[in-house]
Design a protein around this ligand. Structure first.
Ligand SMILES: [Zn+2]
Ligand SMILES: [Zn+2]
Length: 253
């Protein structure tokens, strides 16, 4: 099960940029690091006790990568950690590596400050993790985007990142097992060249029973979240909201 640092779209300043993580003992696996993510990581005290950091980047839109350089520098300077950026195993990994390297280099973050690791080399980084795959999916025509698939012994987690890739989602719906989870962006807006799958399209793809296993994220608005909920999808929740709620409850007691 993933936890969420933010669940909003690029322009949703309230729900913050969508980013998820798994923290186990001294290992943190982070998916995406958009503009608002670094400050939330600090607020959540997420790096406490962490020694190993793995970062999967779904694509280079700034709501998924905007604070990556800051996070790497912070890990280097304050935590003595060199994080690992995960590369796909498919043929696009050379371009993927070049693009990330260039993007970080322009911000004075160079190889050595971080390292690259291939997705299929992450076996046992987390308990029961068998393999990770970064699968190319359709999102923006201007950049390559990946879904992150985490294969555990008894569960597969599909994390689409940003997508408008109905054939990818259909292929997941077809093979979805009881314990599996799907995390997907969604939108309730219609516009030319729409780059996100709509709630309506998602409900055409996943049957009523499967929708409990589909956790929607990357919300444009609360209305979008409510629309997804209304048709039976699960919805991702910001950890910071839970942390703040607990704090408020503690004060009250
Ligand atoms: Zn996005
Ligand atoms: Zn995007």
């Amino acid at each position: 099960m993933l936890k969420f640092i933010g669940t909003g779209s690029a322009f949703n300043t309230e729900l913050l940029n969508t980013s998820a993580y798994i923290k186990n003992n001294d290992t943190l696996l982070l998916i995406d690091c958009g503009e608002t993510v670094f400050s939330q990581i600090k607020k959540l005290n997420l790096l406490e006790g962490v020694k190993n950091v793995y970062i999967a980047i779904t694509h280079l839109h700034s709501d998924h990568v905007g604070s990556l350089a800051t996070l790497i520098e912070y890990l280097n300077i304050f935590c003595d950690i060199v994080p690992n950026i995960i590369l796909t195993n498919d043929d696009s990994n050379e371009t993927q590596e070049q693009n990330i390297t260039k993007f970080l280099e322009l911000q004075a973050v160079v190889e050595g400050d971080y390292e690259y690791t291939y997705a299929d080399m992450l076996e046992d980084v987390l308990p029961d993790l068998i393999k990770v795959e970064l699968v190319e999916i359709k999102h923006s025509s201007k950049l390559t985007s990946y879904a992150v698939e985490l294969y555990f012994k008894n569960q597969t987690i599909y994390y689409t990142g940003d997508n408008n890739d109905k054939s990818y989602l259909k292929s997941i719906a077809k093979k979805l097992k009881e314990n599996d989870l799907v995390y997907t962006d969604c939108t309730n807006q219609e516009y030319d060249g729409r780059v996100h799958v709509s709630v309506k399209e998602l409900s055409d793809i996943f049957n009523q029973k499967q929708r409990k296993q589909v956790i929607t994220m990357h919300f444009d608005s609360y209305e979008c979240l409510a629309d997804a909920k209304d048709v039976g999808f699960n919805t991702a929740t910001n950890e910071i909201a839970i942390a703040e709620l607990l704090k408020k409850l503690a004060v009250r007691n």
